[in-house]
Design a protein around this ligand. Structure first.
Ligand SMILES: Nc1nc2c(ncn2[C@@H]2O[C@H](COP(=O)(O)OP(=O)(O)OP(=O)(O)O)[C@@H](O)[C@H]2O)c(=O)[nH]1
Ligand SMILES: [Mg+2]
Length: 327
């Protein structure tokens, strides 16, 4: 039985459970999750190493979680949709993930149009079936979706309760071409720790705030110094208005403290060491509509810029005082 491998894009509307599925299949928390739609803002790669099983060959699945498909109305939204399209490009299979508790509506059609344009083989993944008591209710939903698109497989799952995931893994492996392992066994993501820390902070903001604040907020890690026993991180939470800043800081700094403590504990778990986290809040009016600002949030771009800066530093007779290990 050949070793199979390939790139698999997880696509669907906001809040369908894409990131929950990525984390469940990889077995690590790579993507942040929240009950608020449009949590994920960029594509997130996670590698699943599938060992050989009885009668079944092994393989490697490179999953790509994406922002929820929506019609964008800001630079941030447009950038999110660019990320969705980039993930679709060149993938071997798309998992179209739908919330089985929702009725089909035109926004689902919009998501399916993207798949149709990409001409990639697609599975329909009906998620959140743990919330459906009578399983017979799934059949008409499946019928409706099948009328809209010729799915190669339809698989009901609960990403949250980890139900149906073995069947899903088997079906994915069977659909992939014979090929090499693209990544070594110990690599499960390409995301730098610096970016994951920013996301963990943003998740705490999503958890503790409401209304427009989750959407008007972003986080930039300004400094990430990894020592032997302690990592020092300084990050800024950007919002759009002074009123939002007031809420994020809270009375006597209470809210910022809550966000900071929650984030620090999670980052410590991720890095396996103590973390000293400094958090700042700044206002940047209209940042979601600033193409320049939104572009600068892209960690792939940040990485390139830091590498360029390091090269320039290396070329100059530099003062090598503090070493900043960014990733
Ligand atoms: N009951 C139930 N809830 C789920 C399941 N999967 C995800 N959720 C919940 O659905 C919400 C959204 O989950 P996410 O994984 O963040 O959804 P997403 O599709 O990545 O959302 P965006 O990043 O906003 O596009 C969270 O509150 C999850 O806990 C599931 O199988 N069952
Ligand atoms: Mg997500």
């Amino acid at each position: 039985m050949p070793f199979r491998s390939g790139f698999v894009c997880i696509l669907g509307r906001p809040n369908a459970g894409k990131s929950t599925l990525l984390n469940a299949l990889v077995g690590e928390k790579l993507a942040i999750i929240s009950p608020k739609p449009q949590t994920t803002r960029n594509r997130i790669q996670g590698v699943v190493h599938v060992p050989k099983r009885k009668g079944k060959g092994g393989g490697q699945i490179v999953l790509i979680d994406t922002p929820g498909v929506h019609k964008p109305d800001s630079s941030l939204g447009r950038k999110m949709m660019v990320e969705v399209r980039a993930a679709l490009e060149g993938c071997d299979l798309v998992l179209v993930i739908m919330d089985a508790t929702h009725k089909l509506d035109p926004r689902d059609r919009f998501a399916l149009d993207l798949v149709e344009q990409s001409r990639v083989k697609a599975f329909l993944i009906l998620n959140k079936v743990d919330l459906i008591r009578e399983k017979s209710k799934l059949l008409p939903i499946i019928e409706e979706y099948r009328k809209l698109y010729d799915f190669a497989e339809v698989i009901p799952i609960s990403a949250l309760k980890r139900r149906g995931l073995d069947d899903l893994l088997d079906a994915i492996i069977a659909a992939l071409p014979a090929g090499p392992a693209y990544f070594p066994e110990d690599q499960i993501t390409d995301q730098p720790a610096r970016f994951m820390a920013a996301e963990i902070i943003r998740e705490q903001v999503l958890l503790h705030t409401s209304e427009e604040i989750p959407y008007a907020t972003t986080v930039i890690v300004e400094n990430f110094e990894e020592g032997k026993r302690l990592t020092r991180i300084a990050a800024t939470i950007y919002c759009e208005r002074e009123g939002q800043k007031g809420i994020l800081v809270g009375k006597g700094g209470q809210m910022l403290k809550k966000i900071g403590t929650g984030a620090r504990m999670q980052i410590e778990r991720m890095l396996g060491m103590k973390v000293f986290l400094e958090l700042y809040v700044k206002t940047e009016p209209g940042w979601r509509d600033s193409r320049r600002f939104v572009e600068e949030l892209d960690w792939r771009r940040q990485l390139e810029q830091r590498m360029l800066a390091r090269q320039t530093q290396d070329e100059a007779p530099a003062d090598r005082g503090t070493k900043t290990i960014a990733d």
